[in-house]
Write a protein that binds this ligand. Structure first.
Ligand SMILES: Cc1ncc(C[n+]2csc(CCOP(=O)(O)OP(=O)(O)O)c2C)c(N)n1
Ligand SMILES: [Mg+2]
Length: 369
């Protein structure tokens, strides 16, 4: 007898009732910095929210069938391509821990983690993925066009490297305003081969702008391994060639990212000029929701799973004297928040069809038409 494929919302409900999947990990000797256990707990909480959100979104988008989210009955809750940051959560969380709402942030096509870490509302992001009116963009943008100016999140961006000049311009405005706000610009290792990377870093250095360029080096650019297509030393070397100091960090170690970013952010607020953080991490999922990454050596993924950031943080938390029960409670709270967001999105209205002709331009009087 055939077992019917569960509806996507049932699959997601099953998923969010479970512990967040993590790699088992053992860590070396207990660490002496036990006073930082509460901090690590806070960072873990943010990473767990991102992981829970993306796990649910992935299942909701596939609807049990592949090929661009088309289910047998056409009922996938989340439609359109979905780029997941699974395995990269520590970069977003470790950096954004130091930001305030008046700081700006630009993101990439892989922006759920950045958005949540910057303080944006999880339920509104789920609403946007559903295409509902309660979404950040009233349901018109979807995963790759999320923005929330209320927390300084200037936008995800489907064009590779397009966030760099936006961030640089935002930082220039901050400098002209004379405040100690800063801009953080996340971009991928593939983006450094595009012109806007050079143009933006050059401009930022010439004008000594308060911008932190964060290269999320996940070793892949869509279906291409990044290493063989990058000449020279990559993001750090290119940054330093312009006189912008670069810091390389283990992007799967959230405390390491936190500490590296803290030093850079403090300097930026004091007028250091631009800096680059090169975070070494790994893209655990395929490039996009429908990509099974069959081109990738399974051994590479297996090795990466041993150092993925939630498992790493969990092991370190225990080594620092925390309990697994505390972390389980954090996971459960993250799953519950996502479940609530799904219910809110389900109940939210669809956008009005008349809205197709709004939000498309402004005449400069502050009104959007
Ligand atoms: C200008 C431009 N060229 C090509 C693409 C197609 N494309 C989308 S994502 C991607 C790879 C980006 O790699 P990376 O910058 O490392 O980001 P990651 O996907 O690894 O997060 C490419 C080539 C695009 N969106 N924009
Ligand atoms: Mg990449």
């Amino acid at each position: 007898m055939l077992t019917p494929t569960p509806a996507p919302e049932q699959q997601a409900a099953t998923l969010i009732g479970q512990a967040i999947p993590q790699a088992p990990k053992t860590l070396e000797p207990p660490l002496s910095d036990t006073h930082r256990t509460p901090l690590l707990g806070q960072l873990y909480t943010q990473m767990a929210r991102i992981r829970a959100f993306e796990n649910a979104a992935e299942i909701l988008s596939q609807g049990g069938v592949s090929a661009y989210n088309k289910t047998a009955d056409g009922n996938a809750k989340v439609r359109g391509p979905l780029h997941l940051s699974t395995g990269q959560e520590a970069v977003a969380v470790g950096v954004c821990a130091h930001l305030r709402a008046s700081d700006y942030l630009t993101s990439t096509h892989r922006g759920h983690g950045h958005t949540l870490a910057k303080g944006a509302d999880l339920a509104r992001m789920m609403g946007e993925l559903y295409g509902k009116a309660n979404g950040f963009n009233g349901g018109k943008g979807g995963s790759m066009h999320i923005a929330d100016f209320s927390v300084g999140m200037l936008g995800a961006n489907g064009v590779v490297a397009a966030g760099l000049p936006i961030a640089t311009g935002a930082a220039h405005a901050q400098k002209l305003l004379g405040r100690d706000d800063i801009t953080v610009c996340f971009f991928g290792d593939g983006a450094i081969n595009r012109g806007p990377f050079l143009e933006s870093l050059n401009w930022a250095q010439v004008h000594q702008l308060p911008v932190l360029f964060v290269c999320e080096d996940n070793r892949w650019s869509a279906t291409t391994a990044s290493g063989p297509m990058i000449a020279g030393g990559g993001a750090s070397a290119r940054s330093e060639s312009l006189g912008i100091p670069a810091t390389t960090v283990d992007g799967n170690d959230v405390l390491a990212v936190h500490d590296a970013a803290l030093a850079l952010v403090v300097g930026l607020r004091a007028g250091s000029g631009p800096r680059l953080l090169h975070a070494l991490t790994y893209r655990i999922k395929g490039h996009v929701s429908v990509d099974l990454a069959a081109y990738r050596d399974p051994a590479e993924l297996a090795a990466a799973l041993k150092t993925e950031p939630l498992g790493h943080a969990r092991a370190r938390y225990l080594a620092m004297g925390g309990s697994s029960a505390e972390l389980d409670a954090i996971d459960a709270a993250a799953n519950a928040e996502v479940a609530q967001a799904m219910q809110t999105a389900d109940a939210a209205p669809w956008p009005e069809s008349s809205g197709a002709f709004t939000d498309i331009q402004t005449t400069g009087d502050g009104q959007w038409y």
